[in-house]
Design a protein around this ligand. Structure first.
Ligand code: DGJ
Length: 738
């Protein structure tokens, strides 16, 4: 390899100057492209054959001219095809797991991609876009790699745009969003933290050292894609990173359908990460001149452990991704667990009064309000027929919205517009709108089938479900969007010969609908739900204000579930409801729900006087603290996996206010907080008054009446003992600078 340094183009420096810069490599020159954010860098570099390689991912170097010297330090290259291509093609000289596999118009399956040029543009002070163009020297085939970097947040979104001008259709057999290479420069190897789960058991973590060969995490469920696995993961370098120490890379697909992430540890101990849409049964046919744009793969990196990486992702999500991430949210009372399908107007009138009495902002009417020829009185009928059930709601939704207003609360409603029950008018009217194999028996998931969102007419229908609700009820204030089935027997009557497009076109069809919803209703709160947390990803969340982490609302389980989601998602997105699941007292249930976007799903009338008054005063405390929880920095202080009590805190930006949640998670004899828990993120020089809040009526603070004023220095070096125990199973501490 020649080492002539023709260009070293640090994005950070370029941004300070010109808005757009293009580079073209002359013969035998080496082009080095560092992609920098505040603390990190990725370095791309051409080799003698004009292949663009990723030679570095890690902390950014002080001296940018040294980026071009990195590759020379590695003595791993040989003729075996072990390479670090920036986007690994297949069927030519790269023999690792491919990012892209194609069948050219003439049937040939080889692809070679060489560097042609790149441009850098600055979107604003924080965001920049690098576009790298790669081409096949033999075929008229091109891939553009997009790196959208968020400088302050150290976050990158990466995607690819694929195009050709061959004399016929090219089949894309695999088409990843991103291909990253981590250099094998350590003996400790790479540690993958991944998530699996099931209904009511979402986000179960596992962490293990990657061995040589390929490890894949994927989903082939079509919809409800995260039911069993998540595309979100962490890779620690050398050893598993802790909250505050260690090098760690976080990644996740922004895609709500089938995904696939390959981790290939090669013979020279380099780790290749290839993330994208799952290509299983999904070859994509691309006409000449057409573009295929992959979804984005999102990532960040930290030299300071998992806590720092999480805070980067959380603040990026609030600022740039989720709807109204820096805004406010509504507390609510939901009726799912208190009524299931069994309600009528008079029952709802009572619940609307309860909403007011409790002191939350909104009443959310769940499943069961629709269907007439096939009333939705259970989960076996009615999906698709989005007209009010005349028996249950003779005066329609509009009268409920008015009744809510008369009670001084807002009204929201549940829908599941992507789905259909065979027992419905919709199914009979439009059998061709339903995903099912023409020649095979139907297979149901929760008695239902999925509508074919690849079909624009179905997209119009689904958009219409939302639009009609808002048009008829302009004061409707909230929608819970559910999705309870996976795709069995994938077949689209609309796609005809392009059946292998179904999984991809479905998700793009869904996004088209959500884009239309957002264009017309930009800020209305939407909850993303999928039979619990079956669809939690930033591809969907860019249209939603919050998500439903799990139907499992047992607060003990929720401590773990909410803990794990927090590695990727900010508290403001996590809808946490107080329900009757679990054996914990109301205080514990409320304290756990408070660690996010709080709601209730209990029968208010059945609460004892003390329980009700506790909930009402906890809501007042929440009101005073929600800004810190929703928009502050989160610190995971004590893990529920390793301790008798879990501790989590949130601190506001100027470090003047904080809240610390502590939950006993072990019931064995003598379990509890034995040692102080060190706080984080405070100002060492400030003095903080610590006060226990959410006290159950008639009880005093577990911390007694002594002076609870400490310096930030003390709280961060010595800590505070929250005294969680069998007698005080949850303890919430508020900190205010004085
Ligand atoms: C599944 C959701 O996760 C629940 O919260 C509830 O809305 C039901 N669907 C309704 O069918």
């Amino acid at each position: 390899m020649r080492t002539t340094q023709r260009k070293t183009l640090p994005l950070g420096l370029l941004f300070a100057g010109s808005m757009l810069l293009a580079g073209r490599a002359a013969a035998q020159d080496v082009t080095t492209i560092p992609v920098e954010t505040q603390h990190n860098a990725i370095v791309l570099q051409t080799d003698a054959e004009k292949h663009l390689n990723m030679v570095y991912l890690g902390a950014k170097l002080a001296n940018t001219s040294e980026y071009s010297r990195i590759q020379k330090m590695y003595k791993q290259a040989d003729d075996s095809g072990v390479q670090n291509d920036v986007y690994t093609p297949s069927g030519s000289a790269s023999l690792g797991e491919p990012a892209i596999t194609v069948t050219h118009a003439d049937g040939n399956k080889s692809l070679n991609l060489t560097y042609v040029s790149h441009t850098v543009s600055k979107v604003d002070d924080d965001i920049s876009l690098l576009v790298v163009t790669l081409k096949d020297p033999v075929y008229d085939f091109e891939v553009k790699l997009y790196y959208k970097t968020y400088f302050k947040e150290d976050v990158t979104e990466q995607w690819s745009v694929i195009k050709h001008n061959e004399k016929g259709v090219v089949t894309l057999n695999k088409y990843a969003s991103a291909n990253l290479n981590l250099k094998g420069n350590t003996t400790g190897g790479f540690w993958l933290k991944q998530y699996h789960g099931n209904w009511a058991m979402e986000v179960q973590p596992e962490e293990a050292r990657l061995t040589h060969g390929i490890k894949t995490i994927d989903s082939k469920l079509g919809t409800r894609a995260n039911l069993y696995e998540h595309s979100m993961f962490a890779i620690s370098l050398d050893k598993p990173a802790t909250e505050d120490e260690g090098k760690v890379f976080y990644g996740a697909m922004e895609w709500s359908g089938n995904f696939r992430v390959d981790f290939e540890l090669d013979v020279a101990n380099n780790l290749k990460i290839i993330a994208g849409i799952n290509n299983a049964a999904s070859e994509y046919h691309l006409k000449p001149g057409a573009e295929f744009t992959t979804p984005a793969f999102l990532y960040t990196y930290s030299d300071h452990g998992k806590g720092d990486a999480s805070r980067k992702l959380q603040s990026w999500a609030r600022k740039y991704k989720i709807v109204d991430g820096e805004g406010s949210r509504l507390t609510l009372l939901n009726n799912w667990e208190s009524t299931y399908f069994d309600f009528n107007e008079s029952k709802l009138a009572g619940l609307l009064k309860d909403t007011k009495k409790l002191g939350v902002d909104l009443f959310l009417l769940d499943d069961g309000w629709f269907g007439n020829s096939h009333p939705r009185n259970g989960d076996n009928a009615g999906l698709g027929d989005w007209q009010e059930n005349k028996q249950k709601l003779p005066n329609g939704i509009s009268s409920l919205v008015k009744e809510a207003q008369a009670n001084g609360v807002k009204f929201g409603i549940w829908i599941e517009p992507e789905m259909v029950n065979p027992a419905s008018d919709l199914y009979k009217a439009h059998p061709d709108w339903v995903i099912k194999q023409p020649n095979r028996p139907e297979k149901y998931f929760r008695n239902q089938l999925v509508l074919d969102l690849a079909n624009p007419k179905v997209q119009d229908f689904v958009f219409g479900v939302v639009d009609n609700l808002f048009t008829k009820n302009p004061d409707l204030a909230y929608i819970k969007w559910d999705c309870n089935a996976v795709i069995y027997n994938a077949y689209s009557a609309y796609l005809k010969k392009d059946q292998s497009h179904i999984y991809v076109d479905y998700v793009n069809g869904l996004y088209n609908v959500l884009k239309r919803v957002r264009a017309k209703y930009p800020k209305v709160p939407l909850m993303l739900c999928s039979g619990g947390g079956g669809r939690v990803d930033y591809g969907a969340l860019q249209y939603f204000t919050e998500f439903w982490p799990s139907d499992n609302t047992d607060p003990l389980e929720r401590v773990f579930i909410q803990w794990e989601y927090s590695f990727f998602y900010p508290a403001i997105t996590s809808s946490n409801h107080v329900t009757d699941w679990g054996k914990q007292p109301i205080k514990y249930r409320v304290d756990v729900a408070m660690m996010g976007k709080m709601g209730f799903d209990i029968v208010i009338g059945k609460l004892s006087e003390n329980d009700l008054s506790f909930c009402q005063s906890a809501l007042k405390n929440y009101d005073a603290l929600k800004d810190v929880i929703w928009h502050g920095d989160q610190y995971r202080l004590a893990s529920p996996w390793d301790n008798d009590a879990a501790s989590i805190m949130y601190v506001n930006t100027d470090k003047s206010k904080a809240v610390m949640f502590n939950y006993l998670v072990n019931n064995r004899y003598g379990s509890g907080s034995k040692v102080p828990v060190r706080l984080k993120g405070l100002d060492p020089n400030k003095k903080y008054r610590v006060k226990e809040i959410n006290l159950y009526p008639g009880t005093g603070s577990v911390l007694g009446n002594e002076d609870l004023t400490f310096t930030g220095d003390f709280l961060m070096n010595v800590g505070i003992n929250p005294e969680a125990s069998a007698y005080h199973t949850s303890v919430v501490l508020q900190l205010e600078a004085i």
